[in-house]
Write a protein that binds this ligand. Structure first.
Ligand code: AMP
Length: 502
């Protein structure tokens, strides 16, 4: 069944039961379905035949889900943008997406002049005036149409928009509902939402929950910053399925009260997005002996995840790193014989980057039999069908679960006033990036020798300049000034030499 039909069926069955809970706010399946119908009627009135995707801006308000549903019901893709995105990037994304209307569940600080923001108040009015109107199913996005666009860090300094079709999302949810327990067990279950909706990890909790009539339990970013409140919020959620990055679980593990007593109905941890270390898995097994731990792997470009496996005690004891799983039905994993690159072939591969055929052609293609493939840039190997991850072929890293192109940060540093050159290097521990260091060459080559005050001030200026352009998680923790960046004989930045300095 098509993803929207699955949600419709869940809404018909679950009626007044909560579809989404976020802080004090809650929305039932009936409200989600009816309000999104009303909002799609409004979108059709305002935008007519123009099917340009729509940016939805905000954080974890249940209205975000109403907007997503309204867009796709009206035949338009949605593009979620979280409040953690700095205004400049929000503007860039809105401009690239190109719709004159932006759905503002919160109001962005600034948007390009040609874009009108539908404020929360006006949205409420638009919905209330049309409540009870049904939107015709014949106008919903079709399986081959784009369902959502998620922007992710691009090496040139501008984010790239990954387009995921309704068909790909449907095929993903067919599989995700089997992770960590049967589809039957997922019915009416509570799913933790940790990641903002602008990260594709959230697609795992949002759509596995909505298509199986579950309740999405969102933990807002302010709560995530306060350990006491976080534990309290997790404790009263009756969470059954935990969906997060391993880094988030690590953070929770630092609190002793994070254990089986706190979340007694937990059935499984579903992880994706970055390396799951043996330390993290072993600690979780100790604290939650009854819960399963599932490691999944995949990029935004192939709808969240394409491989998965339950982690066992034997895997932790084994000599190798933890595996990232078996390919789901409909997906084949191939390994490039020369480079060891993981190539994903199958039914959840994206159509490509939005309005960027150049970048699309570099990594996406079709096999002779017509199936779509994506070259991940990840290295890995297969052992009896089980996939193992072995790092990247390029300068993309994961920091606390966030996907970052080091080139994105470097290009943005170079655009700051008074900067001549820059290189950003990760610091690794147990195979995971712990923080980033920026090596910066100023226009006049000063390294502020002996003047620690001036050096600190200059480092601060680099960081605050970056904060205006990049999400906070992309701002390097350390800034080191150099007279020149070391060069290889080919005239490229010698990253090996810099590595030794982080
Ligand atoms: P994203 O598009 O943000 O989901 O990031 C995708 C990238 O995260 C992949 O290409 C991998 O480099 C990395 N990744 C995702 N899942 C895992 C995993 N289970 N183990 C190791 N790396 C992962």
């Amino acid at each position: 069944m098509f993803v929207l039909e699955k949600i419709e069926a869940a809404a018909a069955e679950r009626k007044g039961q909560p579809a989404v809970i976020s802080g004090e706010k809650e929305i039932s399946y009936r409200e989600l379905w009816e309000k999104s119908d009303a909002l799609s009627v409004y979108l059709e009135e305002v935008l007519g035949e123009d099917k340009t995707p729509v940016v939805v801006y905000g954080h974890k308000d249940p209205m975000m889900l109403v907007c997503f549903m309204a867009c796709v019901k009206s035949g338009r893709a949605y593009c979620p943008v979280d409040v953690s995105m700095p205004p400049e990037r929000v503007g860039d994304i809105a401009e690239t997406v190109g719709n004159e209307l932006l759905l503002g569940v919160e109001i962005p600080e600034s948007v390009p002049e040609n874009i009108r923001v539908l404020s929360p108040e006006d949205m409420e009015k638009a919905i209330n005036a049309r409540l009870g109107e049904r939107f015709p199913e014949s106008k919903w996005v079709k399986p081959e149409d784009t369902f959502y666009i998620i922007f992710t860090s691009g090496s040139t300094g501008k984010p790239k928009g990954v387009q995921i079709s309704a068909e790909a999302l449907t095929r993903f949810t067919d599989w995700s509902v089997t992770l960590g327990g049967s589809p039957e067990e997922k019915k009416s279950a509570v799913f933790l939402n940790q990641a903002p909706f602008s990260f594709d990890l959230s697609v795992m909790d949002v759509y596995t929950s909505l298509t199986s009539g579950g309740t999405l339990y969102c933990v807002e970013k302010e709560i995530q910053k306060d350990m006491g409140k976080l534990m309290e919020t997790l404790g009263r959620g009756n969470i059954n399925y935990w969906v997060s990055t391993p880094s988030f679980a690590d953070m929770c593990l630092s609190d002793r009260s994070f254990n089986e007593e706190l979340i007694s109905d937990l059935k499984a941890f579903l992880f994706c997005g970055e390396k799951l270390t043996k330390t993290t898995a072993a600690r979780l097994m100790e604290r939650f002996p009854k819960a399963r731990i599932v490691n999944t792997y995949g990029p935004t470009e192939s709808t969240v995840a394409v491989t998965g496996t339950e982690i066992t005690g034997e895997m932790i004891e084994a000599g190798e790193e933890l595996p990232i799983g078996y390919a789901k039905a409909g997906t084949d994993i191939e390994i490039d014989g020369e480079t060891g690159e993981i190539i994903i072939v199958g039914d959840t591969v994206s159509k490509g980057y939005f309005k960027d055929s150049g970048k699309t052609a570099k990594v996406f293609g079709r096999k002779a039999d017509g199936r779509a493939y994506y070259r991940t840039g990840d290295q890995g190997y297969l052992k009896d069908g089980m996939l193992y991850y072995h790092g990247r072929l390029d300068l993309q890293v994961k920091l606390h679960g966030y996907r970052i192109e080091l080139g994105d940060i470097e290009n943005n540093i170079r655009e700051l006033e008074g900067v001549e050159a820059a290189a950003v290097l990760p610091k690794y521990q147990e195979g995971k990036v712990r923080h980033l260091t920026a090596f910066v060459v100023t226009s006049d080559g000063t390294v502020f020798d002996g003047d620690s005050r001036a050096r600190l001030a200059a480092a601060k200026a680099v960081k605050s300049g970056l904060k205006e352009r990049l999400p906070e998680y992309m701002v390097p923790k350390r800034v080191v000034f150099m007279e020149n960046l070391p060069m290889t004989i080919n005239g490229k930045t010698d990253r090996k030499k810099l590595e030794a300095l982080v």
